[in-house]
Design a protein around this ligand. Structure first.
Ligand code: ADP
Ligand code: MG
Length: 276
């Protein structure tokens, strides 16, 4: 094949800046986060690199306190790195203005937390509609869209029920609908099944996996549950400030995923945070 030197050749590989391949939606580059606790430095992220392609579902596992939430916060622009950068669709979040960052947080990314953070005295539909109302949408269309999303998460008949009256699993369904009501491209979920019993956890995971596929999401979830983690496209272990492919790096992880209920859970113990 002859190559015309005047033509720019599109490449799948990272460009010179190390960002923006054609399928890449999110990238963490040399991401470092340092917290200070008195005179002690805590370094949950010691300069990690991560490339996420559109449509991937990734699980981040690791013992409690290793920095999973910190990583999700940085990816979602809820916090800023000490050094390094997060790139969304090839653009460093550092270069975005405050209004653009707010738009990224509200429109491009949806968040699901371990605890649902619903407003208990508001109805399911009002909770789901909140991000739309905050974005200036009128109440009628916002509640209508919320109703559609509640139907998608299997709660079409509970729109007018107060959030406080719903079960834990149902509340998490409402939280998922709220996270997706703005049609984000990225779903960040921090221990989304952490507060649920085994059966509800399974149902919520299946719901998330179904929505991930049907809405062409890119999903990153932090979880303690190795059995669920292994059902994603890719599992990464965060420990000692570094991100490693697979779960082999986890002490005792080999026993996970087998037999008894909860066998795949990582017990919170040794915090495993790099302290320098
Ligand atoms: N705002 C903060 N200030 C000081 N230390 C923090 C802060 N947020 C998190 N940390 C510390 O950073 C480490 C990683 O926390 P986190 O990301 O919540 O871990 P994980 O989600 O894996 O349990 C922990 O040692 C935690 O105490
Ligand atoms: Mg956490």
């Amino acid at each position: 094949m002859q190559k015309d030197s005047s033509v720019t050749v599109e490449t799948e590989d990272a460009n010179a800046a190390g960002v923006a391949t054609s399928r890449e939606i999110l990238r963490a580059k040399s991401l470092r986060k340092v917290f200070y606790s008195g005179s002690q430095e805590i370094v949950p992220l010691g300069g990690i690199d991560l490339s996420v392609e559109r449509g991937e579902m990734i699980a981040i596992v690791g013992p409690s306190g290793t920095g999973k939430s910190t990583l999700l916060h940085l990816l979602g622009a809820l916090d800023t790195p000490t050094s390094g950068a997060v790139y969304f669709a090839g653009n460093s979040l550092r270069t975005l203005r405050e209004a653009e960052l707010a738009e990224y947080r509200n429109k491009s990314v949806g968040f699901v937390w371990q605890r649902h953070h619903l407003l208990p005295d508001f109805t399911a539909a009002e909770n789901v509609a909140m991000p739309l109302l905050a974005g200036g949408k009128a109440a009628g269309p916002a509640l209508s869209a919320a109703g559609d999303w509640l139907a998608e998460v299997g709660l079409g008949d509970r729109a007018t029920q107060r959030a406080a009256e719903l079960s834990g699993g149902e509340q998490q369904r409402v939280a998922i609908a709220r996270a997706l009501v703005n049609n984000p491209v990225i779903l960040l979920a921090d221990e989304p099944t952490g507060d649920l019993d085994e059966r509800s956890a399974e149902n919520i995971f299946e719901l998330m996996q179904g929505l991930h596929r049907s809405h062409h999401l890119t999903s990153i979830l932090a979880t303690h549950n190795l059995q669920l983690a292994r059902r994603t496209d890719r599992v990464l272990t965060l420990e000692h400030g570094t991100l490693t492919p697979g779960v082999e790096a986890l002490a005792g992880a080999a026993a996970g995923g087998s037999r008894a209920a909860g066998a795949g859970a990582i017990s919170p113990g040794e915090r495993g945070v790099t302290r320098v």
